[in-house]
Write a protein that binds this ligand. Structure first.
Ligand code: KG4
Ligand code: ZN
Length: 341
């Protein structure tokens, strides 16, 4: 089975062809990061305009790289939501047009179901179920139980900012550019992550929920109190800033892994999953791997290209949905707040 996946929920225009949910025949990701960087975050109106420019060339490249004719596809899968409505609409309309013209079934995919499918795509046949999955991205920080492929029960989520959003806002505050996660990850290498003592709020009612707005404010207070100026030359970042972002990163990672560990102790899953854009973070990957080892459970974290937004994960999740008989009509609409689990 060959599925064309299309993803435009945020600032990446992506298309991919995946065979049998496990073989990536092509995966094209056109990032708009450079366009949004001067603003320190994604500007929704700019994002949708650039998706419109990019969507046809990106889909054509994915089909060409897979050496695939539209007639040979079994279905077109597209991210329906959640995400920026103007961005989602571009992918949804492109998918509808292609599916209609070529007479193919149209499969709507939840963006997070895509992230949760990435480990099954990257580690075909290896993920043991039930799994406990931590999804950390720019828009989401959630813990799911995955009893079977394509089934998700939400155990907890952020009550305010997503972890990736906190990375991006701290980077913006310090003049480090967008997206903030990769820059902070790089600057933190070798820095003193005990220089500033940050804590992440613990939710006291026993839920596996997260909260990251407090640490963002704590960084802001620290910056003001110590008169730290935004970085003007990215090639010469002062040690004070490196130590600050390393301390911030350590606090966020500690909070994420603590929740993951606690939920794993309670639920005894057969394996752990770490996915979403922030799963690209080197410290988070290391600490999650250490926790998994101590818990005696395998950890499945897709490679970075499949952790951050991409369309291969959407095609793979589309395949699972397709097999379950999920189909969309021509009235399919973008759903910016689509729930899951
Ligand atoms: O999943 P994703 O590509 O898009 C969303 O669905 O949001 O995640 C993007 C987020 C951004 O906030 C970005 O700063 C963060 O993932 N990110 C990282 C790293 N690479 C990307 N955060 C921490 N460390 C990284 N290495
Ligand atoms: Zn994402």
């Amino acid at each position: 089975m060959r599925i064309l996946g299309i993803e435009t929920s945020c600032d990446e225009t992506a298309a991919a062809v995946v065979e049998d949910g496990t073989r990536i025949l092509s995966s094209i990701v056109s990032s708009q990061a450079a366009i949004h960087a001067p603003f320190g975050g994604v500007v929704p109106e700019l994002a949708s305009r650039h998706h419109i420019e990019n969507i046809c060339p990106v889909i054509s490249s994915a089909m060409a790289e897979a050496a695939m004719e539209y007639a040979a596809l079994d279905a077109v899968a597209v991210t329906q939501g959640p995400g920026l409505v103007g961005s989602l609409l571009v992918g949804v309309q492109a998918a509808k047009g292609l599916a209609y013209v070529h007479g193919k079934p149209l499969v709507p995919v939840h963006h997070i179901a895509g992230h949760l499918q990435a480990p099954f795509l990257a580690h075909a046949g290896a993920v043991r179920l039930p799994a406990l999955a931590l999804v950390v991205s720019g828009g989401h920080t959630s813990l799911f139980e995955v009893p079977a492929e394509g089934e998700f029960h939400l155990l907890g989520r952020t009550r305010d900012d997503a972890a990736g959003e906190a990375f991006d806002k701290v980077a913006k505050l310090l003049g480090l550019g967008y997206p903030g996660g990769p820059v902070i990850d790089r600057l933190a290498q070798g820095a003193d992550d005990r220089a500033v003592e940050f804590t992440v709020a613990r939710i006291k009612d026993g839920k596996a929920d997260f909260s990251f707005s407090g640490i963002k404010t704590a960084v802001l207070h620290h910056v003001r109190k110590n008169g730290i100026a935004p970085v003007s030359d990215p090639a010469r970042v002062p040690d004070e800033v490196k130590n600050l972002v390393a301390s911030f990163q350590r606090a966020v990672v500690t909070a994420l892994v603590r929740r993951l560990r606690r939920a794993a102790e309670e639920r005894c899953p057969a394996s752990l999953i770490l996915t979403g854009g922030v799963a690209a973070n080197s410290l988070l990957r290391r600490e999650a791997a250490r926790a998994a080892e101590e818990l005696g459970r395998p950890l499945f974290a897709p490679p970075i290209a499949l952790s951050t937004d991409n369309a291969a994960m959407i095609a793979a999740a589309g395949e699972v949905a397709f097999r379950k008989g999920v189909r969309a009509g021509w009235d399919l609409d973008a759903e910016p707040h689509l729930p899951l689990g």
